[in-house]
Design a protein around this ligand. Structure first.
Ligand SMILES: Cc1ncc(COP(=O)(O)O)c(C=O)c1O
Length: 372
């Protein structure tokens, strides 16, 4: 089976892990954690980076340092991974689900503007998600959030290395998070990172993620969390970052080949790429007419020994978020089940991508209509 995406561990990962064991630094303190944080701060151009156990924990922490808590409402795109909205609930707040743009599959600034202006409910923060590694329209969202005096948070979980108008994602908001789970371009086995320019927010994030210790002898000054990344995970993550440019180039080349294959197809459209965004091409995805065609394409590729998956479903259609306030335009729901991710590993062999391309050439689906 050609996998959807597998880690690309051809660099210093094993060597750095062996170093952790040799030095007895295997837990949540150690030099690789500090180095991984420093590298992510450098890469994003942010003043501070705080490593966490996963991206969801980083998002929960980002919300807490932004002052979000019970009674607050936070705008979340309707088309995202559940973790984005789950983290809002972990912070005790409530998500408000807002639709995405058909052109980018990311948060629609026009709808965000409407929700902020209506103030029903009043909004305390906005989370923009860089879907599939494609940046959201951060200038438009930033200006809306500044005018409304609400925090802007980037969920850049899968978007390491992506750029918005030539600026790295992560540096386009008050606080941003990344995920390093096994399916991401850069993995740490599991892990997350919070980046921010606000020094006091970073200090609070460090405090909250390490059980809010206030002294060496089991003294604590608030409710804290065991959210700190381990040195083992950071060792892998740091080694991965050393090869980031190579992995991004490999993903760019894969995406360009898939794009070329899809030219002229009425039943398959490539994932969006707009000219102000440089996606990191985390997962290559195609849109098909509807969820039925999505399932049919996944099944057909499966029969050819190719792993593909239907991607996110609108959160507003799912039981945990059924009671959330919404501002929808039909885009997230049209995308639900109709976006299929294809093998996208940075180490994918050309012959394996040929097999995927041949299988796509054999498949026939219904003609697409615009997402909204
Ligand atoms: C958009 C988005 N947000 C948050 C997360 C959560 O990250 P993690 O799995 O590291 O907790 C993911 C993970 O895939 C994601 O895709």
């Amino acid at each position: 089976m050609i996998p959807l995406t597998v880690p690309d561990l051809r660099g210093n990962e094993a060597r750095y892990l062996a170093q952790c064991v040799a030095d007895n630094w295997v837990s949540s303190a150690g030099p690789y954690v500090t180095r991984f944080e420093a590298r992510m701060a450098e890469l994003t151009g942010c003043g501070h980076a705080v490593a966490t156990v996963n991206g969801t924990a980083a998002l929960h922490t980002a919300l807490m340092v932004a002052g979000i808590g019970p009674g607050d409402h936070v705008i979340v795109p309707d088309w995202t991974f559940a973790a984005t909205a789950n983290a809002v609930r972990h912070a005790g707040a409530d998500p408000v689900l807002v639709d995405v743009c058909p052109a980018t599959w990311t948060l629609d600034p026009a709808l965000v503007g409407q929700v902020l202006a209506a103030a029903k409910p009043p909004i305390a923060a906005v989370i923009a998600v860089h879907a599939l590694g494609h940046p959201a329209d951060m200038d438009a969202l930033g200006s809306l959030c500044r005018d409304a005096e609400v925090a802007l948070i980037e969920d850049a979980a899968g978007a390491v290395g992506a750029r918005y108008r030539c600026r790295p994602v992560g540096a386009l908001s008050d606080v941003a998070i990344f995920s390093f789970n096994g399916n991401k371009t850069v993995t740490a086995g599991g892990g997350g990172m919070l980046v921010t320019d606000h020094e006091s927010w970073a200090a609070r994030a460090r405090h909250l993620t390490t059980q809010a210790r206030s002294g060496p002898d089991y003294e604590h000054d608030m409710i804290g969390y065991n959210y700190r990344m381990t040195n083992l995970n950071a060792a892998v993550g740091l080694a991965q970052l050393e090869r980031l440019e190579d992995m991004l180039a490999a993903k760019r080349a894969l995406a360009a080949r898939y794009d070329a294959t899809l030219a002229g197809r009425a039943d398959l459209a490539p994932m969006p790429r707009v000219d102000w965004a440089q996606s990191n091409n985390w997962l290559y995805a195609v849109r098909v007419a509807d969820a039925g065609d999505g399932a049919a394409l996944v099944a057909e590729l499966g029969q050819s020994g190719i792993e593909a998956r239907c991607f996110w479903r609108a959160l507003s259609d799912q039981p945990p978020f059924a009671d959330a306030p919404t501002c929808l335009a039909g885009v997230a729901r049209a995308l639900s089940g109709a976006v299929v991710t294809l093998p996208s590993s940075s180490g994918l062999a050309a012959a394996d991508q040929d097999r995927v391309i041949e299988a796509l050439a054999r498949w026939r689906g219904a003609a697409l209509v615009p997402a909204a």
